[in-house]
Design a protein around this ligand. Structure first.
Ligand code: FEO
Length: 177
């Protein structure tokens, strides 16, 4: 059975992941409003991943006799001054989440909660990927500057990101219904 301290920290992390979901969905709406639909799609795929992350902690708590407590989500930023600023925010947000995963790992070690090690190791690996992907696009945005053609080329490139099979955020999953 999971202890109270780690259980509470994981509930906080469910909130962080759901807020991540909300942020990326908000960024998706922002990009669609600029007709940068490839970026809107990329952010929608990212939002999907965040919901999965929240559910991984949710399931871990359920499986280990912890209590899932869904905390209030904060009202987060809903507008950006440029596509570059949005991706820079995404990169910074991923660094914030990496810090939270590190804190969880520290708590798990202090509590000698060995059963959570595989889950937290998975998240540490995942954060390397999340920082790399958002950081790379943020860098590319800086290189693009005011070049609209280059921005459209990147938009086309990001449109190619694939939804995981069965994602409820994939329009193909619900538009036929
Ligand atoms: Fe769940 Fe993007 O960190």
């Amino acid at each position: 059975m999971i202890g109270d301290r780690l259980s509470q920290a994981m509930n906080e992390q469910i909130k962080n992941e759901l807020e991540s979901y909300y942020i990326y969905l908000s960024m998706s709406a922002y990009f669609h409003s600029l007709s940068l639909d490839g970026m809107g799609h990329w952010m929608r795929c990212q939002a999907h991943e965040e919901m999965i992350h929240a559910m991984k902690f949710f399931d871990h708590l359920v499986d280990r006799g912890g209590k899932v407590e869904l905390l209030n989500l904060q009202q987060l930023k809903t507008d950006w001054s440029s596509p570059a600023e949005a991706f820079q925010d995404a990169y910074q947000h991923e660094q914030f989440i990496t810090g939270k995963i590190n804190e969880l790992t520290t708590i798990a070690r202090e509590e000698k909660d060995y059963a959570s090690e595989p889950l937290l190791a998975w998240f540490s690996d995942e954060q390397i990927e999340e920082e790399a992907s958002t950081g790379k696009i943020a860098d590319e945005m800086t290189m693009i500057g005011d070049d609209k053609s280059a921005l459209l080329m990147l938009d086309r490139e990001l449109a190619a990101r694939a939804f995981p099979a069965g994602s409820p955020l994939d329009p193909l999953a619900y538009k036929a219904e």
